[in-house]
Design a protein around this ligand. Sequence first.
Ligand SMILES: [Zn+2]
Length: 336
Amino acid sequence: MSEARGGAVNFPVKRGHKAARPELFQTTLRNRIGCAGIGLHSGQQVRFTVYPAEAGTGIVFRRMDLRDAEGLTEQDICVPARFDYISNTQLGSTLTNAAGVSVATVEHLMSAFSGCGIDNARVDLDGPELPVLDGSAAPFVMLLECAGVARLSERRKYIRILETVSVEEDGKQVSLSPHDGFVMNFEIDFPVSVIGKQSYGFDMADGSYKSCIAQSRTFGFLHEVEHLKSLGLARGGSLQNAIVLDGENILNDTGLRFPDEFVRHKILDAIGDLYLAGAPIMGRFDAVRAGHSLNNKLLQALFNNPLAWEYSDGPLGSARQMPVAAPAKIRRAARG
Ligand SMILES: [Zn+2]
């Protein structure tokens, strides 16, 4: 069995956070909750509601606006949040099912599900993408916290990494290695000094997802945003939902939430992308200059190698952040 690359985890351990106890059982929400906001792609208002779901459901999106569309069945409007449904990684992560039904910009909500330790939920939405909200995962975390977490009676399964799997492309690199828990190390290097070289290490078990990762916002350069808008993309992109850079200047009046907000957001995205594995990963993730595309290729490489992983019951450090209630009586969302 291979060792974690680089041996000991080489990132600073953050103090003052309470380590989460291992969660052995699957979870869902205690109550349904939702909100509305602008979609990044369309610039249109999108409403979504997150419902509790039975053990073994995973995260499943449902395009309620297509419910009465001709030729589509109830199954056709459901899109599972899984890596093998990824169809586009250009502007965030887009999922598409066999019927051609898509849900875009899922990564920040998926990151919040992972960070809050929620295994099962149905997400109904009335448009082709989730709202971008403030460009971070913090509003999603707030919603999930308001809904509360319920423990189910079925055991949680983890994806335990047994062998290092890595993908390299154009000077970018990602890998998953064996590790007792879920830790991440991300490096970025941009040719503008306002970002420059940043690296960040994160341990999901230390309870700091909400305070250190969830609030970090997505970012982009003004010329890129203008180019995308000229192509009819990123119509909802604005200073309200992204850090926008013009050369060395940050155009947002409020500045940065963290000096290294950029690399923290890359961790936020990677947490969401890796949660498309369908279960929490037990391993170490290392990334250099990577993004949604490479994160997805890493999961493809992992699941193409049956020797590199196995399902495991734990018990090891989990993502749980919030108080967990007694088993909930699960109501099916609308009709199931
Ligand atoms: Zn993002």
